[in-house]
Design a protein around this ligand. Structure first.
Ligand code: F3S
Length: 240
């Protein structure tokens, strides 16, 4: 397959502004977008900067914007995204660019840490002899949220994250529900307080972009709606 990669390049030490550069390539019909980037780096321009690691859609490091939409480049077939022989690759949006296709994830992680992304068991109760357990039905309900690989695709796609630097964003809020909805967790009220302040769930406009682009089938929009329901119950003194 002949395809031209148009890549948004930016080196803050050299360039005044980001600009596109084009690379005509010959690739296997089964190639994924990442194969093209690797070929450019190996044979055309070794300065091209991007992240990748597992190449199996597990590590989440190769998320980028491909033809105006977020994708994991290691699991996106070129044949599915190429348009008129061209594919346009840009860094994730809503995060500062370090260089070329690599973004600074610090604000993403800061928001992730803010929601306490870990189980807080009730220390007043005696610890179980083997493990903290939950019913199958409850586990299945939360399973999808455990599948998040923190690639940042949802954060990049969200128009609220684009306009409000403080918005916690879909990944952090989905993770908050993963624990707020867990019957083994003892910090539900505290979590609901964190996610319902001015940075949280009420800023979401139910745009669904986050759910559409998630490469792992996680539905942050659903998680945010569930958090809103729990927050309203808490506000009216109903059991949560
Ligand atoms: Fe953003 Fe997803 Fe809400 S795209 S506005 S977090 S539904």
């Amino acid at each position: 397959m002949r395809v031209t990669f148009r890549i948004l390049r930016y080196d803050p030490e050299r360039d005044a502004n980001p600009h596109f550069e084009s690379y005509p390539l010959e690739l296997d019909d089964r190639a994924v977008v990442l194969d093209g980037l690797v070929q450019i780096k190996d044979f055309a321009d070794s300065a091209l900067t991007f992240r990748r690691s597992c190449r199996q859609a597990i590590c989440g490091s190769c998320a980028m914007r491909v033809n105006d939409r977020e994708h994991l480049t290691c699991s996106t077939q070129l044949s599915e995204v190429v348009r008129d022989g061209t594919v346009v690759v840009e860094p994730l949006a809503n995060l500062p660019v370090i260089k070329d296709l690599a973004v600074d994830m610090e604000q993403f992680w800061r928001k992730y840490r803010a929601i306490m992304p870990f189980l807080i068991p009730d220390r007043a109760k005696p610890a179980p002899e083997k493990e903290y357990r939950m019913a199958n039905k409850e586990a299945r309900h939360l399973q999808q949220f455990g599948g998040c690989i923190q690639c940042g695709a949802c954060y990049s796609s969200c128009p609220i994250a684009a306009t409000d630097e403080e918005y916690l964003g879909p990944a952090a809020l989905a993770k908050a529900y993963r624990f707020a909805g867990d019957p083994r967790d003892s910090a539900r009220r505290e979590r609901l307080k964190i996610v319902s302040d001015e940075r949280g769930i009420w800023r979401c406009h139910t745009v669904f972009n986050c759910t559409e682009v998630c490469p792992k089938g996680v539905e942050p929009t659903y998680a945010i709606q569930q958090l809103k329901k729990l927050t309203i119950r808490r506000r009216f003194g109903l059991p949560v």
